[in-house]
Design a protein around this ligand. Sequence first.
Ligand code: XMP
Length: 326
Amino acid sequence: DWTTGNIVEEQVQRIREQVGTGRAICGLSGGVDSAVAAALVQRAIGDQLTCVFVNHGLLREGEAEQVEKDFVAATGAKLYVADEQERFLSALEGVTDPETKRKIIGREFIRAFEAAEAAIMAEAAETGEPVRFLVQGTLYPDVVESGGGEGAANIKSHHNVGGLPEDMQFELIEPLRTLFKDEVRAVGAQLGLPAEIVQRQPFPGPGLGIRIIGAVNEERLELLRKADAIARAELTAAGLDNDVWQMPVVLLADVRSVGVQGDGRTYGHPIVLRPVSSEDAMTADWSRLPYDLLARVSNRITNEVDGVNRVVLDVTSKPPGTIEWE
Ligand code: XMP
């Protein structure tokens, strides 16, 4: 029968057998899943694990700092930070197709881990054994939606499943592959991770790259980061963080509409708010957020974010919509 204690023990045992005396790296994204996977593998193999945080430039405001601080404080794990913004932004230049974006991001993550591996090996000159294993926080729904489940259609390629390049050098360790999010949170709590990590709202590995509808560039990222930070701050200030599963903030970069601000005409971009409630992300309903909160978010975004003159609310459930727009 299923208990979180059993899961932890069973996985720790399994990981030890798989890794032996080898070395592993774990990609941290700042999200719940990779943090729990890392903590689990650390429990199993200790210092044979190095965590790698790839800053791909598609992060939200404050996210990189949070990983470096919270995760290390909670686990004491070895952390290697790789600044890979240039790699991802140049690979994504001019790309608008959602699946192409996802595959590029999945591929560049692996390339970034390979580069990190080389750097880590160079630093730790004491052992010649290369890193053979890559830990990922892949969950059951990621596998299903990427077309990996039985009879499943490919809805979108999650960066850590359908987006992996065929020639990658790592063997995967995916201790959460049969679990749903609520189970992962329970495992994280069992492992002693703090609430700030295990209760965090989901954020996709491809980050803001799949929340800019249109090509990704630094200017658009900057704009979306500001809008997202405002929306998140207001949701938190309203005390409603626990009432929504997550709230993607999306920039329609290829759409412009006419507005008026001060005494002038504007021709700016819309921002979409996509607050949803869900049990496991397989299905979702749009969240009925209070109108006064929506009004505050809209006023602040249109006043404070240059280039945005309209805020719209997504009132679509999943299905037929997915949670993310790409
Ligand atoms: P969708 O958009 O498919 O999203 O309804 C379901 C859940 O998965 C997250 N998501 C991802 N997470 N890598 C991730 O780590 C991905 O490529 C990815 N795509 C979607 C999404 O935020 C939601 O929680």
